[in-house]
Design a protein around this ligand. Sequence first.
Ligand code: IMP
Ligand code: MG
Length: 178
Amino acid sequence: MSLPPVKVLFDENRIAARNKELASEIAGAGFENLLVVAVLKGSFVFAADLLRAMHASGMAPEMEFVHLSSYRDAQVSSGQVTILRDVESDVRGRDVLLVDDILESGRTLAFAKDLLMARGARTVKVCVLLEKPGKRAVQIDADYVGFMTPDVFVVGYGMDVAHAFRQLPFIGHIEQLD
Ligand code: IMP
Ligand code: MG
């Protein structure tokens, strides 16, 4: 199998340093009884590293997962979000931090935020590894952003194209997919 070449956008060291900064910002935000909810699948590597950086910053959040799908195997968003796997915890009265890989149209995170607020969460904040500016289709802002990225197709560090490239330890760009 021959895979297209991937250009490094953000390397391992840069990501690790940024995760530390994000964790200390989050630690200073005064959350109580925090529940971190990773939005699967693309966020799984970031969420795992961020969670451990949060531990290093003195936090002890609980961790949950929700699996949402808007992309499927296509590279263009269908615009519709479905719950493939829901959180198990009762979020009523809790501070929730949603963790996702990329904020693009905003549909996925707006859906998740509305859902958790409707279930009675006290606050729902959003932390994304990457933000692609100028692509928003719905009004939502991230409270914590790892890096702003140009509007290119990115892979690695958990992010994929058709389930490939998630294993790369860096965030990369596949030129021929733009
Ligand atoms: P949104 O609902 O349009 O904000 O979609 C964001 C989701 O689309 C992300 O969580 C990713 O799963 C996926 N996505 C958007 N851009 C890329 C990309 O460049 N590479 C891989 N996945 C992407
Ligand atoms: Mg995603």
